[in-house]
Ligand binder design. Sequence first.
Ligand code: SF4
Ligand code: SF4
Length: 84
Amino acid sequence: MATKDELVYAGEKGRFTLYTGLCKGCGLCIEKCPTGVLDWNDVLGVYGTPSVLPVAKGKVCTGCGICQQLCPDCAIKVERTRAG
Ligand code: SF4
Ligand code: SF4
């Protein structure tokens, strides 16, 4: 279950969790997401900067896990639920 310190996006192919208390708003994940689905949202991260979610319109999170691997602060967890 999500707490107020977690933002969860359950997509068709994967479940994306953002730990807001760890996200520093560097934007690296937005820059590197291969589908361009990550975008800023209204919930603030650890330094009062916006945090992120895979919510860009018309784009789909594939659950590839690249954002989880490159986040310097381990603020993202991706659980793939379906292959493809
Ligand atoms: S890379 Fe990590 S710390 Fe940087 S904006 Fe993305 S989730 Fe936040
Ligand atoms: S799991 Fe892959 S497609 Fe989904 S937000 Fe992260 S980098 Fe983008």
